[in-house]
Design a protein around this ligand. Sequence first.
Ligand code: ATP
Length: 359
Amino acid sequence: MAEIRVDNLVKRFGAFTAVRDTSFTVENGDFFCLLGPSGCGKTTTLRMVAGLELPSSGSIRLDGEEVTFKRARERDIAMVFQLFALYPHMNVRRNISFPLVSMGVPKAETRRRVEEAARTLRIEHLLDKPVSGLSGGDRQRVALGRAIVREPKAFMMDEPLGALDAEFRHLMCGELRALHDRLKATTVYVTHDQLEAMSMADKIAVMNDGVIEQLGSPQEIYDRPNSMFVGDFIGSPAMNFIHFEGTAMAGSASVTIDAAAIALPELRESRASGPLALGVRPEQVIIGDPGRPGGAIPAEIFGAEYLGTTQIVTLATPRGTLKARLPAHVRAAAGDRVSLSFRPERLSLFDAATGKAIR
Ligand code: ATP
């Protein structure tokens, strides 16, 4: 399998720059997600790595070998698309064996590799069935079979689960990750769905407007977003932002919002004053704990959405609306007046003018 190294990649379409100076390394065997909103440049990045699009500048290396201007078929990378075109008049076995037949692989070896791929995907019982009668999930497995049977250096997947309904997508996410754990194949996976990325990836690159805003493990990205964009894009409900004017200095461990002193993880390097934004994950909001050292913000409960073990409570505060994720047993009736405090450990602070995190 392969390490993929991308340096200073740029892609222009006429006057429009779709990918701007992007660099990242996908380590051997990693499941790497390119995540971001529609139009941010993730598909274009993936297509350049796969060799389906030529970069305007920059370089791509596969296991140390420069492949920037090599054709797709010279790169030994398999691509899995959302609507993978299976051949409806062929059975599953012939669909999976197709790439091997066109590569001229001997019959006995083709048979062995197709059966091994089918075993890996747990579709051996379907090998002699026509693809036209298969469910969406089984078609997706056949499509994956056609990609893995080639035993490529790496897999590129562009929203492969996009056409499936939510429940099935969740199931297939689990299967894809399990497949990845069995094959240990370097995989680059494009999605706009943060839950999909969070549940499968070893590393996530969050893209926005042609650049990678942050690259890290799902937990690093969730716990320490380095911009308001990332804080907002990752997590459901999204991170709350409380906007205020203030000063945050290296060494300080709190900010003052109205009369409340809000405890923060200690700031080490940066210093900022002016428009700031406190970033609070919904599960960091605590209702009614006046004994907590963080100080309190007054709020009125607007409504609660019951989710079984937790509830999402919407709160109106003098600094705008906040969402809190609370245990289901906490009383949260519309109209109740409460005071809020925040768990300080993972609060984020941003320069609201630039959107960048202050650390
Ligand atoms: P989506 O999930 O909607 O596909 P994406 O993040 O994958 O979004 P890209 O498909 O990479 O985004 O497109 C990035 C930008 O480049 C978009 O604004 C798109 O319109 C533009 N673009 C992509 N391909 C071309 C092309 N061949 N010619 C001109 N513009 C293009």
